[in-house]
Design a protein around this ligand. Structure first.
Ligand code: AMP
Length: 211
C-alpha cells in the first residue's frame, strides 16, 4: 500500500502532537498544518483574526469553527504533496467541513490521561525564535531559559498555566473526543499510547503511515 499522505493527528493538549508532527512531516515530505501555530502567528502579527482569537485562546477555549475552517481551507487545498493536520479538526462541525475539502488516509490519536497532561504542560517551554519545544522535566534544555539550538529565549505559553491547562483538557474531552468515534466509524482511526517516549510514539506512527 502507498504511504499515507493526508493525515490528521488528534490527542489532548500535551500529548506530544507538535513535537512528533515536526518529525513526521520531515520523514514523509508532507506539509505540517498546525492551527494552533497559525493562530499564534496571527496573534503575534496583530492581524484581525489574531485579535479576534487571542482572548479565547488565553482561556483555553475553542476559536469559532467558521474562522478556523476559513483559515485552513486554502492551506489544505495547496498542500499537493500531502499534509499532516495538527490540532484540526477539533469539533464534529470542523470534521464535517473537512470532509468537503479533502479525504483523509488516516487519523491518529495520541492518547494521554489528564494528570499526565497537566504534569507535562506545566513544564513545557517554547523557543520564541525557532519554535523548538522543551520540557523542563522530560526534555530539558542545557540552560532553562535559552534554546539549545538557536539561543532564543524560552517562554511558557500563556495557555500553559495550570488552570488553563485543566480547562483545555476538559474542552478536549467535551468537544474533540467525539471525533474518535466519528473516525472509528469511517475506519480511519489508529490509536497510539502517548505515555511512551517521543521516539517510540514517532516509531509507531511511522509504522502506521508506512503500512
Ligand atoms: P494548540 O496549540 O493546538 O493547543 O492550540 C492553541 C489554541 O488555539 C487552542 O486552545 C484554541 O484556543 C485554538 N485552536 C487551535 N486549533 C483550533 C481548532 N481547530 N479549533 C478551535 N480552536 C483552535
Amino acid at each position: 500500500m502507498a504511504a499515507a499522505k493526508r493525515v490528521a493527528l488528534l490527542g489532548p493538549p500535551g500529548a506530544g502532537k507538535g513535537t512528533v508532527a515536526k518529525r513526521i512531516v520531515e520523514r514523509f515530505g508532507i506539509v505540517h498544518l498546525s492551527t494552533g501555530d497559525i493562530l499564534r502567528d496571527e496573534v503575534a502579527r496583530g492581524t484581525e483574526l489574531g485579535r479576534a482569537a487571542k482572548s479565547t485562546m488565553d482561556r483555553g477555549e475553542l476559536v469559532p469553527d467558521e474562522l478556523i475552517v476559513d483559515m485552513i481551507r486554502g492551506r489544505i487545498e495547496a498542500a499537493e504533496s500531502g499534509f499532516l493536520l495538527d490540532g484540526f479538526p477539533r469539533t464534529i462541525a470542523q470534521a464535517e467541513s473537512l470532509e468537503t475539502i479533502s479525504d483523509l488516509d488516516a487519523v491518529i490519536s495520541i492518547d494521554l490521561p489528564r494528570e499526565d497532561v497537566v504534569a507535562r504542560l506545566t513544564a513545557r517551554r517554547v523557543c520564541v525564535e525557532c519554535g523548538r519545544i522543551y520540557n523542563l522535566t522530560f526534555r530539558p534544555p542545557e540552560d532553562p531559559s535559552r534554546c539549545d539550538v538557536c539561543g532564543g529565549t524560552l517562554i511558557q505559553r500563556d495557555d500553559d498555566k495550570e488552570d488553563v491547562i485543566r480547562n483545555r483538557y476538559d474542552v478536549y474531552q467535551t468537544s474533540t473526543s467525539p471525533l474518535l468515534e466519528f473516525y472509528e466509524l469511517r475506519g480511519l482511526l489508529r490509536r497510539v499510547d502517548g505515555r511512551s517516549g517521543t521516539d517510540e510514539v514517532f516509531g509507531r506512527i511511522v509504522e502506521i503511515l508506512a503500512g
